[in-house]
Design a protein around this ligand. Structure first.
Ligand SMILES: [Zn+2]
Length: 226
């Protein structure tokens, strides 16, 4: 940190440890709220969640672990924040880049401040080979973007990002639409959305079906009738 000196220096004195301590003692006690900063010592134990990423690009899954630190536990300032991230896989091909990414992400987590921008940064990475569809039919532009999905999900879980899930009414509407479609085409559905579903431009999910001449997305509800 640097301090800009606006006025002429007219007097100076050597501050020794004893007088500093005296000054500190005479200051009114500040609230001891601990904020995230890079020199915060790592506690002996951290709470974490491990997420599995399975892509069609590799037969081996990636396991992403995000460990959180709980600041000011038990007080009104209690705050859970991501502290470090690890990624493990049997596939070592890309590993030096993955290690580099996780080290940098962890360092940014520990810097403190708003770290939610990382999600957008990761989501904007496009694989020149063209990305893939992940389970559930959603298009993902790269593995890096999918790591971004995991971090976003984690930040929603710990309350750093508001989760804008479709509301109850919307959910029911989508379930009804889906059930209706499946009644008419019983043979062609599986775990995900119907196989004949096409890509929704709004939510990037392969979940758009034709119901009564209306193209309806079974994921986000976007609908266009002809
Ligand atoms: Zn959609």
């Amino acid at each position: 940190m640097s301090i800009k000196i606006e006025q002429k220096i007219i007097k100076s004195e050597v501050v020794d440890k004893a007088s500093q301590q005296q000054e500190a003692a005479s200051e009114p006690p500040k609230a001891d709220v601990i904020h995230m900063h890079e020199n915060l010592a790592r506690p002996e134990s951290l709470q974490g969640i491990t997420y599995k990423i399975k892509t069609p690009l590799s037969e081996h899954a990636l396991y992403v672990t995000v460990n959180d630190i709980v600041l000011n536990p038990g007080t009104e300032h209690e705050l859970r924040r991501p502290f470090e991230i690890f990624i493990n896989s049997k596939n070592m091909e890309q590993f030096q880049w993955i290690i580099a990414l996780t080290r940098i992400l962890s360092a940014v987590f520990r810097k403190g401040g708003d770290v939610t921008f990382l999600v957008d940064e990761l989501h904007s990475v496009f694989d020149p080979q063209g990305g893939y569809f992940k389970k559930g039919g959603r298009y993902t532009p790269s593995i890096v973007a999918e790591i971004g999905d995991v971090i976003e999900q984690h930040m929603k879980t710990i309350g750093m990002i508001d989760s804008a899930e479709p509301d109850q009414q919307q959910q029911t509407f989508l379930q009804e639409k889906r059930a209706e479609y499946e009644r008419r085409q019983p043979a062609e559905t599986d775990d995900d959305y119907p196989r004949s579903a096409i890509l929704c431009k709004k939510c990037q999910t392969r979940a758009v079906v034709n119901l009564d001449n209306c193209l309806t997305c079974l994921n986000c509800g976007e609908s266009k009738c002809s």
